[in-house]
Design a protein around this ligand. Structure first.
Ligand code: ADP
Ligand code: MG
Length: 336
């Protein structure tokens, strides 16, 4: 008995001595910064302060670059050039923009047109409500809607050009560029040597690697749409992205009615339905596009769509009285 005990103890000591010393990590934060018309927060975990600072700056630089390229608010963005010229001539674009447009068309097909980056003419019309304070006329709405349709977007992947089949078309990457930027930012952090990190742009988030708690799990709270500031649900994420769409954060008030900034392309008007749609997916671009698509499709068709896509879950708050959550079959695995 005694001999056995000693043997076991010495084996333990040998194993301990042979194990490499685990690296020690520290955590750094970017502080709140403005980009893409909203607030960004970046967290980096690394062995030293220099890597932390470099990872944060590399991530932020990617967000700014994507915003400058893909914003339709900026007149000199690459997207705005396409919007001005792609009916007149095929416009050659950068790889990132072409990549986003191809991804966008794929999500349009997947969602049966609920997600559509050619929604620009209708979005512009609804934005003008804000300035004029009147509802667009039926004629204006019909004219804008007629100019929408991803099948009228001509992408040539050999020449990397974009062309509009009809005049008056406008691209709007508002439902996907944020996700795309977050993915690029995460890659930049990994390349800069971070052991872990999180990029949050307006509540759309992706995380990877070691968390500040020195585990592989990042705990992310979902906001209560009532604006109370409480967190009714916590998600445990590892190397995962989430995006939330809904009418509770951005909308236009007109004659006491709320108009969502998300448009149903089939109707050409505001998609009023779900208060909040959160998508969990491996990439932020996917989560962002699907969150908008599900907001348009509504609860039933939206859940069906997410169930049909592998490794993707949804948590929907339908709205109305009380706080109800509707989830896809695998969502519970992420809920604390
Ligand atoms: P948020 O901007 O709150 O993150 P979304 O990701 O859902 O929300 O993006 C909404 C934006 O996407 C709108 O402001 C508009 O620019 C654009 N958009 C609106 N409806 C659609 C749609 N059906 N398909 C693609 N983009 C849309
Ligand atoms: Mg979106």
């Amino acid at each position: 008995m005694a001999v056995l005990a000693i043997t076991a103890a010495s084996a333990l000591i040998i194993r301990k001595a042979a194990a490499p010393k685990p690296p020690e990590f520290t955590t750094g934060h970017s502080g709140t910064r403005m980009v893409m018309g909203t607030f960004a927060n970046i967290t980096a975990v690394a062995e030293d302060e220099k890597t932390i600072a470099e990872s944060i700056e590399a991530a932020y630089k990617q967000l700014v670059a994507v915003d400058e390229m893909m914003s339709d608010y900026k007149e000199d963005s690459e997207l705005s050039v396409v919007n001005r010229e792609a009916y007149e001539r095929p416009v050659q674009v950068s790889e990132p923009l072409f990549d986003v447009l191809q991804t966008s068309v794929a999500y349009s097909k997947l969602s049966g047109g609920a997600f559509d980056v050619t929604i620009g003419p209708v979005v512009q019309l609804w934005r003008s409500i804000d300035k004029k304070g009147t509802r667009p006329t039926d004629e204006e709405m019909a004219a804008a809607r007629a100019r929408v349709g991803y099948e009228k977007l001509i992408l040539d992947d050999e020449k990397r050009t974009v062309r509009f089949a009809e005049p008056g078309m406008l691209l709007d990457l508002g439902a996907i560029a944020k996700g795309y930027g977050i993915d690029r930012a995460i890659e930049a952090m990994q390349a800069a040597g971070a052991a872990g990190g999180l990029v949050d742009v307006g509540g759309d988030i992706r995380c990877f690697g070691i968390s500040p708690k020195m585990t592989r799990v990042w705990r992310i709270g979902l906001d209560n749409p009532d604006g109370s500031g409480d967190i009714p649900m916590v998600l445990n994420l590892s190397d995962t992205a989430i995006a939330t769409s809904g009418d509770y954060r951005r909308f236009v008030m007109l004659d006491d009615q709320r108009y969502s900034h998300i448009i149903d392309p089939a109707a050409g008007s505001s998609a009023n339905g779900l208060t909040s749609v959160t998508i969990i997916a491996s990439r932020a671009v996917e989560a962002d596009a699907l969150a908008t698509a599900v907001s348009v499709l509504g609860q039933k068709k939206g859940l069906e769509l997410v169930e049909s896509v592998g490794n993707t879950e949804a948590v929907i708050i339908p709205g109305g009285s009380g706080l109800e959550f509707i989830k896809t079959s695998g969502a519970d695995a992420f809920i604390d």
